[in-house]
Every structure is written in structure tokens, then in C-alpha cells.
Design a protein around this ligand. Sequence first.
Ligand code: LLP
Length: 416
Amino acid sequence: MTINYINHELYMEKVRLYDIISKVGTPTYVYSKACFMSRITRYMNALKKYQTATQKHQIHYAVKANSNLTILKNIAAENIGFDVVSFGELDRVIRANGSAKKNIFSGVSKTEYELNAAIALGIHCFNIESEAELNQIQYLAEHNKTMIDIAFRVNLDIDPKTHPYISTGLEKNKFGIDIPLAKKLYLVAAKSSVLRPIGVACHIGSQLTDLAPFSDALTRVFDLVSYLKKNNITLQHIDMGGGLGIPYEPTMIMPTIESYIDTLCSPLQGRSESLFLEPGRSIIGESGVLLTQVNLIKHQKNKTFAMIDAGMNDLLRPALYHAKHRICELKVRSGSAESYHVVGPVCETSDQFCSHHLMIKPGDYLSILDVGAYGMSMASNYNTRLKPAEVLVTDNTWHVIRQRGSYHDLCQLEKI
Ligand code: LLP
């Protein structure tokens, strides 16, 4: 994370965060460009070690983690692909100068409208998640008189050992196709005159803190690939999804990007398939903070609440997954810290950000850390609150990359 205290005040890169607040207000997401660009460079360098004439390992940034247009534009400039799960995300990628040809279209249930629009834009590969979707895409390919490249997303029944809400690779989850059915569907797709099965995909979960489940997943994928080879189906790529976690607590031991790539690329050496990855959180998560103001302090029973102006509509992760994000003061006061239950203004008991030791007074500003991924992209207007503004910091400069909007904007699409 590129934030630091200088003379007791919090900076991101060379920008004093208070300078942003004084112009833009709170709550505001602020991202460090250097931070997320360095993650992309690390991914690319780690993959480069394993590239061969036939194996073109690639990352496809998972747009759902953070879909701000400026962020996407910076990422697209690195010449990497994108993983999208809706037409809305694909539309954003195109607006940000990304190429549809480098996109993977994932998602457990795509509508006919989304599939047709993505076919028209020439998406690189569709990840198919059910027999029904295979039939749907076969029909649309025939109807559009076009050849479509597909991969099947398989459900490997692997426990990623993460929060149950972000675990996707278990048999009981709605995602993917079990191996026996996948084997059958590959044979069906291979006979089609309009579909070309070029890959296999899986995504076992998010915020993984251990590499073993990724290795297990790859071993199971290899078994499937061997079966397909025996049946004259040769795949070009193995897409292992996203999922590498980030250290939300400084004490958390987290595998590095490099060790993650080594774990997946070493077993691929000497084979023909390229590795595709769809990282989201490990690229953008640590680059973002949410700036917020302490509105008031409330003493109740044996508790002291710090009521901040950011709520679960701005950052849903704590309410939805009991996620704990570190919080720090924008300006360090002298004195001793007290324990506060940090809560938002939304009318829900789950609108809370855990308890923290802080030195604060009403009116002070705080920074909630590591919120670059699944922060703004999951924000809503619940309680008719405006979504936060967004700012990008580049070295010693900063720009608003999304305005806060107005109450007028919120009502514009409605009719009385
Ligand atoms: N590919 C697929 C098919 C996915 O479903 C996901 C995330 C990713 C890639 C990116 O995974 P990542 O590298 O970011 O872990 N809202 C939750 C996370 C949900 C993740 C959903 N899928 C959170 O705030 O923790």
C-alpha cells in the first residue's frame, strides 16, 4: 500500500489526503495508480518467465473488482485482457479503449441480449456454465452465422477455505459444470459446426490465503484435459480464474503473486496449453482507501460508537462478509487511543465497520484501508444516499475520476 504518514498526516504517494477532502468532501474512494500498476507489472514479469513459443500465458483483469472507467483505461493500456460477467462490464471495457477480442465472458447466467451483443463485438471466449447455456449459445451462433470460441467452466468440488459467500468451487455452489457432464458437453461441442471448444475454466473462490487449493484444482483440470486429448479435443488454454487474496491485516501471511504464478505455471511446463488468470482483488484491492468523516460520537451502555459518514451502501464488505478493514486517522493526535465501534448512518444494524482503537473527535477524518476491490463496485444508493466520489492519485497529482453526483441525478430516471 502506498500510504504513509508524513509529519503526522496521511499521504497517498505524494498527495496529502486531506487536500483531496478539502476539495471533494467525503465519503470518497481514492486509488493509487502506482499501487495497481505495480501489481500488473508483477503479474506480467512472473508470467514472462514461463512464456514459450506456444504458451502465451495471460491475465484478464476481473472487471467486477473495480469497474471505474479511468482504472480500466489504465489497465487496458497495459495490453492485458479483461474478464467480464455482464454486458454492462463489457460496455465499460469498450468505453475505456479495451478490446473485446481480449475479453473472456464469464458468468453463470447470461441473457440472450448479453450473448448477442457480446457475439457482435467479437469476444475472445465465452465461459459456458451449464448444458442450457451451451444449447443457447449453439442456437445464437447458428442464428448469427458465426463461429464462437468457448470454454466450459468446471465445478471441481474443491474447498477454497475462504468465506462461504465467496467460495464458488464446491459441488453445492451454483457455479460450473461437474466433470462427468463437462466430458459429455465437450464431445457435443466438438461436433458442432459453429462452436469451437478452445479452453477449460474454473474459479474456486476469492480471497484465498493458501495456494494448495489452486494446485488441487489444476491437477483435476489436467485429468479432464487428458481425457479430452484421448477424444481428439485439444485445448489451447486453461483458465484458472482469480482468487488470490490480499493481507487485510498486516499480520496475515499471504502467498505472493510470484509464488502463485510459480505454483500454476511450473506444472504447465512442457505442455501445450497457455494459462489464463482472472485476478481482481490482488490487482486493485490494496490500491484503494475510503476517506470518511466522523460525524458524531455516541455513548450507549458500555459502548462508544464512532458514527462515520460512510455506510454499508458505500462499502458493503463488512456488513455482507464480516470483513474487517483497517481504519486509520488522517491526522495523528497526541493522547491515548480509545476503543470505538465504528458504524455508518444506514438504518441497518449490520451497518458497522468493527471496533477499532482510534484517537478521534467529531469532525475528524478517517481512512478505511484496502478497499480498492469490491468497494465502489458494490456500492449502492440505499437509504437514498449518494455514492462516494472517486479520485485517482498519480505521484504528486490527483484527479476526480467519478463525481459524487447529486440528488437530482438519483431521481432522474423516475416518473411521477
Ligand atoms: N473470475 C471469476 C469467474 C470470478 O467469479 C471472480 C470473482 C474473479 C475472477 C475475481 O476474483 P478475485 O481475484 O477478485 O478474487 N465481493 C466479494 C468477492 C466476490 C468475488 C466474485 N468473483 C468480496 O468483496 O470479497
